[in-house]
Structure formats: C-alpha cells, structure tokens
Design a protein around this ligand. Structure first.
Ligand SMILES: NC(=O)c1ccc[n+]([C@@H]2O[C@H](COP(=O)([O-])OP(=O)(O)OC[C@H]3O[C@@H](n4cnc5c(N)ncnc54)[C@H](OP(=O)(O)O)[C@@H]3O)[C@@H](O)[C@H]2O)c1
Length: 317
C-alpha cells in the first residue's frame, strides 16, 4: 500500500510517499481502507519532534513511528477474530493518537475502542475532520469544564479545528457562547452559532467586565492569572494548546482545579456521541481546505501556519 513515511524529524517536506506492507488486523482490531484523513497540530509537532522533550516518547534520535496521521475515515476491509461490533463494508471513523498513529496511508489497523460508525449523512472527509478536534472540545467542555446550559462559555481560538467544534458543542449543550477570533473569521464563528464575538485584534476578553463560567482556550497564549481574572466565581478554564513550553509549564504548575490542561483521549463512546450529534444536524464539521493525498505535506504546512478556518482534510482514495 502507499503511505507517507518519515525517517527523521523535520519540516513537512521530510515526508515521502512510499510503498509499505499493508497491516494485518490483530484479534481486537479492524483493517480500515482509509478514504480520508484530517490533519492535526499533533501531526506537525510529531513530524518536527517538538517540543524537544516529546522525543523521550517519540524516539530520541529518530522517530519510532514511521507513518503519521491520527484522524481517519474509511471502510472496514476486514475484522480481527475477536471483533463482533464491526463487519466488512461498514463506514467508520477513528483516531489513532494513543495507538501509534498510521493514518496517512491507504490502510490502517485500528483498535475497536477508538472506532465508531461514521455519521451516515456526512462524507468521509467530513467524518475524518471530527475525532481529534471534536473530542478535545467535548472533553474540555464536558469532563473538566462540566458545562451546563446556564453557563456563559468563552472559546478562545474559536475558528480553528478544536474551536469550530467547541462553539457548536457548547451551543448544543444550551450554553451562551462568546467566540474569540480575528477580524476575517467573525462571520464564520457567528455562522457556527456563537452568541457574541470578540475580535482579538481589537479587544481583550480579559478585564473587559464580562466573566465566564467556562473558558475553553485552544490557543494557550494567556497567563494563568489572566484566565483566572476572566473566570466567574467557581468557573473553570480548560486549556488545550499552548503557544510556548513556558505557557504549558505555567498551567501545569500554577493551574489547579479551576485552570487545567486538557489532554484528550479519544474513546468509541465519545465518537458515537459526536456521530449522533452530527447526524441530528446539531454539529457540522467545518472544512477549511481539502487536499489530495499526494499533497499531504502541503496540507500539514498550511495547518502549521496556525490560521486554519476549521479543519484541513485530505482525500486518500
Ligand atoms: N490537548 C489535546 O488533546 C489537543 C488535541 C487537539 C489539539 N490540541 C492543541 O490545541 C490547539 C488548537 O488546535 P486546533 O486544531 O484547533 O488548531 P488550528 O486548527 O491550527 O487553529 C488555530 C486557530 O487559532 C486561532 N488563533 C491564533 N491566534 C489566536 C489568538 N491570539 N486569539 C484567538 N485565536 C487565535 C486562529 O484563528 P485566526 O486565523 O483568526 O488567528 C486559528 O483559527 C493546538 O495547540 C493543538 O496542539 C490539543
């Protein structure tokens, strides 16, 4: 099968298309013919081996995993002997972050606990856009943030992959949503359902008089002190991304029950919930750009610039 492989850390051009062995599904796994993949920040971080401390787990001198890619959608080609929930031909979507990556390939071997039937009314590309970003939004809002319909919620970075799902999910929970983005994306976040918008080039959500019960910060450019200043009494902030290692350390060391880092772990249960919400029309994947599989390095380079408007996807076959 064809796959994009990388043998040393570096920029997107480090990736090259190669012919590799098709994986065989183990007993508890499913072989998926990948029809589409989406790009995540994790892909370019892992490709570059950055931050440097991540190489302790990714491979000290060279990458342990040869094939990147965490989010996929496709068709079940074959199932392992222990699999009963899926059968050949099922249309599925999955996330491989906790299972050694491998999504940027024509076939992927996927454990059933990170696999679900895809939303029937959405394309493979739309389904591939969902897992990492939407589950991060769901877990940040739900697990840590304990979102309630009465909450005033602020999404920082509302126009990106995680943010575009977070705005819609927070609305689906019935919350009042303020979306922070730049001037050119104000209409986009309004169209996703935001009740209020803030242009970060002209306004600051900290110290502006409004306080929030829940902040989902997908940018990670604020201090813990700033986030606390923007929280209402008893409020919580979930931080999913960081603009520097110093910001990450600050949340780890000075955060607490109120301000916490969210490390998303995709589960089949969360994927099934998202599938239902999408089928019901309550959430819709916002696709920014579509690339051909052969142009995957360009897709990663685009995402790495940090100004995606929703998700970036690649059609695989
Ligand atoms: N912890 C986890 O499990 C997990 C999972 C997924 C992602 N993440 C992390 O979460 C972060 C976001 O991921 P993503 O996929 O949403 O990224 P993305 O798709 O690249 O989106 C980045 C967005 O950030 C916005 N932005 C940039 N600077 C901003 C600012 N100063 N204020 C407000 N918005 C700003 C951009 O909008 P403009 O163009 O308008 O600037 C863009 O829409 C990344 O750091 C990623 O590594 C973590």
């Amino acid at each position: 099968m064809k796959a994009f492989i990388y043998e040393k850390y570096g920029p997107p051009e480090t990736l090259r298309m190669a012919e590799v062995d098709k994986p065989a599904p183990d007993a508890d796994r499913v072989l998926v013919k990948v029809r589409a993949a989406s790009i995540n920040a994790a892909d370019w971080h892992v490709l570059r081996g950055k931050p440097l401390f991540s190489r302790a787990t990714l491979g000290l001198l060279r990458p342990k995993h040869k094939i990147l890619g965490v989010d996929i959608a496709g068709q079940v080609e074959a199932v392992g002997s222990g699999v009963t929930r899926f059968k050949a031909g099922d249309e599925v979507f999955a996330n491989l972050l906790d299972h050694g990556y491998g999504g940027f390939a024509e076939y992927a071997s996927v454990p059933v606990d990170v696999l679900s039937l895809k939303p029937a009314n959405r394309s493979f590309e739309e389904a591939a856009a969902v897992p990492m970003a939407a589950v991060t939004a769901l877990q940040g809002l739900g697990h840590h943030g304990e979102i309630q319909p009465t909450h005033k919620v602020l999404i920082n970075g509302a126009s990106g992959g995680v943010g575009s799902f977070a705005v819609q999910l927070a609305k689906a929970y019935g919350a009042e949503v303020t979306a922070v983005t730049s001037t050119q994306n104000l209409d986009l976040v309004r169209s996703l359902g935001a009740d209020h918008v803030l242009d970060y080039t002209t306004a600051d959500f900290v110290g502006g008089g409004r306080r929030y019960d829940l902040i989902l910060d997908t940018v990670g450019n604020r201090s813990v002190r700033d986030l606390r200043r923007a929280l209402a009494e008893g409020g919580k902030a979930s931080v999913t991304g960081f603009t520097s290692v110093a910001k990450l350390l600050a949340v780890s060391l000075r955060g607490g029950r109120d301000v916490a880092m969210v490390q998303a772990h995709v589960t089949a249960k969360d994927l099934e919930l998202l599938s239902e919400l999408i089928e019901a029309g309550k959430v819709r994947p916002q696709i920014d750009r579509r690339y051909r599989f052969a142009d995957l390095p360009a897709a990663i380079a685009y995402l790495e610039q940090g100004h995606a408007r929703g998700k970036v996807v690649a059609e695989v076959a």
